[in-house]
Design a protein around this ligand. Structure first.
Ligand code: PLP
Length: 376
């Protein structure tokens, strides 16, 4: 009998241990992890620096509230923020987006938000309200008002951004929505329209950030300069954390009392985030780019020609394999599990790969080989 509310469809597997990029279930079966939680455990399961940092902090205090100075949070903010941004810490992606929406309204004095079909921003009211697929909103209305949804990668969508828009919120690679990559020129046009209309640009990097695409933030590849950035998943390698980063000019709209939370900046979590950021070096990011390029070329030659594969999308180690309707992604995932590989899905019958960034090229090659067997 379960005492858990049935909000998740769960696989009949219980991972209880792990090492590097492998997970081991309670029966002792070992898997190659191609999901990293959901893009969370980017440094895998035996990173010595992260483990040592957390273990050390656990010996001291864990939490003191935000009523006192917090040099750990200062250090993480300094390492995380691009130049001239300031950070606000919370505990999850949805909370980071809530902070972003609130800041955008307060900083602009405007209410309207523009968001995109198939965008995903979280499950609390603000972030759910800007999430662009209808079924996850069923039964929860009324949602936050004054939100317009428009098509991703469509020039017609620019018309929705006008002088009354407080902010545009978007992912540059839509994760949950199907691993849809934004067009460079279109993203540039969205940013230009935001500038013309005094609209803030919020880029949700919760899934695509922290090295996932081979860059600290995926938007760097599109030469964007968002007013607000949100991050979470990979930031502390599995401890709960979120952050909103805002250009200091915009961030100034928040003053003491404007926003807050109890756990944000938690010292154990910050210790982990600092160890993650210390290892997210340009050299490390280059290895992710190289693995991403190898994986992309393998997928192109081995997987794309298969009859049941419609297309392949993604950046770096954030990949979507779009399957024909005849082949259900759930069945592919089960068969991969039997063969010792853990993958996940995304919207639109998409097999999604978000492996730990520390996965080896050999493991990626054997994963592609297995995916090919299963799909064929
Ligand atoms: C996962 C995700 C969120 C929500 O994060 P939670 O930590 O589950 O609240 C928001 N935005 C994107 C792009 C995500 O992938």
């Amino acid at each position: 009998m379960t005492h858990l509310i049935h909000t998740y469809e769960q696989f009949p597997i219980e991972p209880v241990d792990g090492h590097d990029y492998h997970l081991i279930d309670k029966n002792g079966k070992e898997y190659v992890d191609l999901a990293a939680g959901i893009g969370v455990c980017n440094f895998g399961y035996s990173n010595a620096k992260i483990k040592a940092a957390v273990a050390d902090q656990v010996q001291h205090i864990w939490h003191v509230s935000n009523l006192y100075e917090n040099s750990k949070a200062e250090t993480v903010a300094a390492k995380l923020c691009p130049k001239d941004y300031l950070a606000f810490f919370c505990n999850s992606g949805t909370e980071a987006n809530e902070a972003a929406i609130k800041l955008a309204r307060k900083a602009t004095g405007k209410a309207n938000l523009v968001a995109f079909d198939n965008g995903f921003h979280g499950r609390t009211y603000g972030s759910l309200s800007v999430t662009g697929y209808p079924h996850i909103k069923d039964g929860f209305s009324p949602l936050v008002p004054d939100i317009k949804f428009v098509d991703y990668n469509s020039d017609a969508s620019l018309d929705a951004i006008d002088d009354d828009t407080a902010a545009v919120i978007m992912e540059v690679v839509q994760g949950e929505g199907g691993v849809n990559v934004g067009d460079y020129d279109w993203l540039q046009a969205v940013q230009a329209k935001c500038h013309d209309t005094n609209t803030l640009l919020i880029i949700d990097e919760v899934q695509s950030g922290m090295g996932r695409t081979g860059y600290k933030f995926a938007f760097e590849q599109f030469d964007l300069s968002p007013d607000i950035i949100t991050v979470a998943k990979g930031l502390a390698n599995g401890l709960p954390v979120g952050a909103m980063l805002a250009k200091s000019k915009t961030a100034a709209a928040f003053t003491p009392g404007s926003h807050g939370n109890t756990f944000g900046g938690n010292k154990v979590v910050m210790a982990s985030a600092e160890a993650v950021l210390d290892q997210l070096t340009p050299e490390f990011l280059k290895t992710v780019q190289e693995k991403g390029a190898k994986l992309a070329s393998l997928l192109e030659s081995e997987i794309k020609p298969l009859a049941n594969v419609k297309s392949i999308s993604g950046k770096g180690l954030m990949i979507g394999i779009h399957l024909a309707d005849a082949l259900k992604v759930g069945d592919v995932i089960s068969q991969l599990q039997s063969a010792g590989f853990l993958a996940i899905s995304a919207r639109g019958n998409t097999l999604r790969l978000l492996p730990p960034l520390v996965i080896s090229e050999d493991a990626l090659a054997s994963a592609v080989h297995q995916i090919k067997q299963v799909i064929a």
